[in-house]
Write a protein that binds this ligand. Structure first.
Ligand SMILES: NC(=O)c1ccc[n+]([C@@H]2O[C@H](COP(=O)([O-])OP(=O)(O)OC[C@H]3O[C@@H](n4cnc5c(N)ncnc54)[C@H](OP(=O)(O)O)[C@@H]3O)[C@@H](O)[C@H]2O)c1
Length: 320
């Protein structure tokens, strides 16, 4: 069973399924989404920058048309606003450098942003960007469950303005909930202190796995009722051979991926592993009906390397 969910406390009565399929760098989004939905997943995580909102929406619509017992409200779709308008001529200029800007801010990403400005992180830009995402999802998808500001990088003024745009998407009924990604405590505090902000982020989607746990940030979000969603929960496959994880896998008769995902869930964090392989999509969904004992949870928690254990370029505290 892959469809257990928890309420989004600040966006009641909406619930977020604890397991979702991530589609970043998916090369066969349509079939992977169909495999996931057939395996019981009820949560999909896409983004403008992944360039597969259309494939995600089309697969959901196809699944719903073939499975009348499942309704649109059973499926939770998340997407994210990128900083620049990807529909502008010539965009995205270089997908890889846009998605993975070098930490020093150099390269094609900087050139593109300097050329175009942060066109989506204004109030109107965010409203337009949200509408583009919704339109990209295609027929059959007439709202998005959760829409995120992909990162805090555009800075405080742009973040606030974009958030005010997302608030309008909620007020129009076209977004059920809104949230943030890669935000630090400081970014969130600054936002919610502003008098124009009347919706608190429902989630903060951050890199989270045993080697990069952002403990203070997770604790802060959970105390505030902000659901933490773990991206790259499988470390993009790079750390699954860890000897502690292998030993615990053998003990429970589970795979390393299942152990790591289960550890995330027991930390109260939602997981969105990506896979383009049907067998792994199923494997990654077998997370219920068993649990890690406290002593094994503690052994995995002790693997934390702090921010140096991160894979990606996003360090929430590094952005203004
Ligand atoms: N908000 C953000 O800034 C942000 C950043 C990164 C990611 N995300 C989201 O989070 C999702 C997940 O993160 P991610 O894609 O970076 O990495 P991930 O889910 O940690 O790992 C995906 C990688 O692990 C492999 N894999 C999947 N299941 C496996 C298994 N059971 N055993 C061994 N290897 C397995 C996949 O290969 P195969 O496909 O070949 O199976 C793929 O190479 C993304 O797809 C995206 O939706 C968000």
């Amino acid at each position: 069973m892959a469809s257990q969910s928890i309420p989004l406390p600040l966006a009641s009565p909406l619930s977020i399924p604890l397991l979702g399929l991530g589609v970043f760098q998916s090369t066969k989004t349509h079939s992977s989404v169909l495999s996931a939905l057939s395996s019981g997943y009820r949560h999909l995580d896409t983004a403008q920058i992944y360039c597969n909102e259309s494939a995600t929406g089309a697969a959901v619509a196809e699944f719903l048309s073939k499975n009348p017992s499942v309704s649109r409200s059973d499926i939770f779709i998340c997407s994210k606003l990128w900083e620049v308008d990807l529909s502008l001529p010539g965009m995205p200029p270089d997908f890889e450098s846009m998605a993975h800007p070098p930490p020093d801010g150099s390269g094609a990403w900087k050139t593109s942003v300097a050329r175009l400005g942060f066109t989506s992180y204004t109030k109107e830009g965010a409203i337009d960007g949200f509408n583009r995402s919704l339109e990209a999802m295609g027929p059959g998808i007439d709202y998005i469950d959760l829409y995120l500001l992909h990162n805090p990088r555009p800075g405080p003024t742009a973040r606030l303005q974009a958030w005010l745009g997302l608030q309008e998407a909620v007020k129009s009924g076209k977004a059920k909930a809104i949230g943030v990604s890669n935000w630090s405590k400081r970014h969130i505090e600054e936002l919610i202190a502003n008098g124009e902000v009347d919706i608190t982020p429902a989630v903060n989607q951050i890199e989270f796995h045993p080697w990069c746990q952002h403990k203070e940030l997770v604790e802060y979000c959970q105390q505030k009722g902000i659901v933490v969603v773990a991206y790259s929960p499988l470390t993009q496959g790079t750390r699954l051979g860890d000897p502690v994880i292998s030993e615990i896998s053998e003990k429970y008769g589970k795979t390393p991926a299942q152990v790591v995902l289960r550890w995330c869930l027991q930390r109260g964090v939602v997981v969105i592993p990506k896979s383009d392989r049907k067998q792994r999509i199923q494997e990654n969904s077998q997370l219920w009906g068993w649990e890690l004992a406290d002593e094994d949870m503690e052994r995995i928690t002790a693997l934390d390397e702090g921010i140096s254990g991160k894979l990606g370029e996003w360090d929430p505290d590094a952005w203004e």
